[in-house]
Design a protein around this ligand. Structure first.
Ligand SMILES: C[S@@+](CC[C@H](N)C(=O)[O-])C[C@H]1O[C@@H](n2cnc3c(N)ncnc32)[C@H](O)[C@@H]1O
Length: 373
């Protein structure tokens, strides 16, 4: 997976700038510049890896320092440094990653010179696959934290790192909702579907919920379990399920299982445990209807997030209301997920629907079983 950054046709844009600097300022090539390795440190060559990216002047150094992010729950060790031209530049601890970002298409980079600090750059060669071109390996262990949660990071073949920072506000919200429910003496059994590396699971479990965590990928569920361990939550009542979401939900309906809240983060496209194809556009309505039934039409909360073009706040809110019944909720809050960059620019990063309830005055109609796509 790892390629030379200066192989034919593989040179990173900003490298030319870095190279010019190399010729002009040999002193800047000392290892461990002010921002340290991987955060704009010195240029160096590693056998078999080609010329490594990294330069640092005072302006870049400042860019790479953590700063409070407006309107966004801070993640310890994470910062969106810049975005534009279909890409995002992010710092995860001491490691800087440059990767594709469809919502940054057609936007100009605000800090073009900062991109030379990238330690790894993801190049997509197929719609869902690609390659990380790296100037150095990430630290080991490589983690970021949010409140009491710790997440292990990895460069994955899909261009992800195992962590969606735009979800941090939602994790805070989940914790508050579970705590509020506990204070009111309500049961707290939470179903987390497409649960990935477990951010929402850990937030709910940390607040005292029993969580059923469902994801089709065995290695991803193992990763989520490691995150639970890193976060000191391994002894909490979390049920780790490797299964296709629709199959699991159908089984739960047959068993007559009940949940108090549901969290869903469906991908645009994915696979179940045995290769079952998931395309968000078709089965989402049926899946939401099944979740309505599993919560008896009276969920304490629903959190639905997605990153799929065409599924904006209005559409997702309408689908949620339709599945659960118009009077199932006291309120439905729908809007964009947003990441704020170091310079205060806002990058759209998906859509979320959060409901509060249940609405107590009338009974919402239950949806008939079997509508899970
Ligand atoms: C968290 S979601 C995607 C997050 C984000 N909304 C996005 O679109 O990039 C991805 C997770 O869903 C899981 N997944 C995809 N299809 C699935 C299915 N049919 N059943 C269970 N999990 C599935 C994947 O294994 C992965 O961990």
């Amino acid at each position: 997976m790892c390629s030379s950054l200066d192989g034919p046709g593989r040179i990173l844009g900003p490298l030319g700038l870095a190279e010019k600097r190399l010729r002009r300022e040999p002193a800047a090539l000392q290892e461990g510049g002010p921002a340290g390795a991987g955060a704009g440190g010195a240029l160096k060559r590693t056998p078999g890896r080609g010329l490594l990216v990294g330069m640092c002047d005072a302006r870049q150094y400042q860019l790479l320092q953590p700063r409070p992010v407006r309107g966004q729950s801070p993640v310890n060790g994470y910062q969106l440094l810049d975005f534009g031209a279909g890409r995002r530049l992010e710092r995860f601890g001491t490691f800087v990653a440059d990767r594709p970002c469809p919502t940054a298409e057609g936007l100009a980079k605000a800090e073009p010179e900062a991109w030379a600090a990238a330690d790894a750059r993801f190049e997509r060669d197929e719609p869902r696959k690609g390659e990380w071109l790296r100037s150095r390996e990430p630290p080991d262990p490589w983690t970021v934290g949010h409140s009491a949660m710790t997440f292990e990071l990895k460069l994955t073949p899909q261009g992800q790192v195992g962590f969606f920072p735009e979800q941090a506000d939602n994790w805070d919200w989940i914790r508050e909702r579970v705590r509020a429910g506990a204070a009111a003496g309500n049961p707290r059994r939470v179903l987390n579907l497409f649960a990935y590396t477990g951010g929402s699971t850990l937030a709910a479990a940390a607040a005292g919920a029993e969580v059923v965590h469902v994801d089709a990928a065995k290695n991803i569920v193992a990763w989520a379990r490691r995150n639970a361990g890193l976060s000191g939550l391994e002894a909490r009542p979390i049920h780790w399920i490797v299964e296709d979401v629709r199959k699991f939900v159908r089984r739960e309906l047959r068993r007559g299982s009940r949940y108090d809240a549901v969290i869903l983060d469906p991908p645009s496209y994915g696979h179940g445990r045995r290769g079952e194809v998931w395309r968000l556009s078709k089965p989402l309505a049926g899946l939401l209807a099944a979740c309505a039934e599993l919560t008896g039409g009276r969920p304490r909360f629903v959190l639905l997030t997605c990153h799929t073009p065409g599924f904006g706040p209005d559409r997702l809110a309408a689908m949620t209301r339709e599945a659960f019944g118009d009077d199932a909720f006291a309120s439905v809050d729908a809007g964009p997920l947003v990441l704020t960059s170091a310079s205060g620019r806002r990058l759209p990063a998906g859509t979320m629907v959060r409901t509060a309830g249940p609405f107590r005055r009338s009974k919402a109609p239950l949806v008939s079983p079997g509508r899970t796509g």
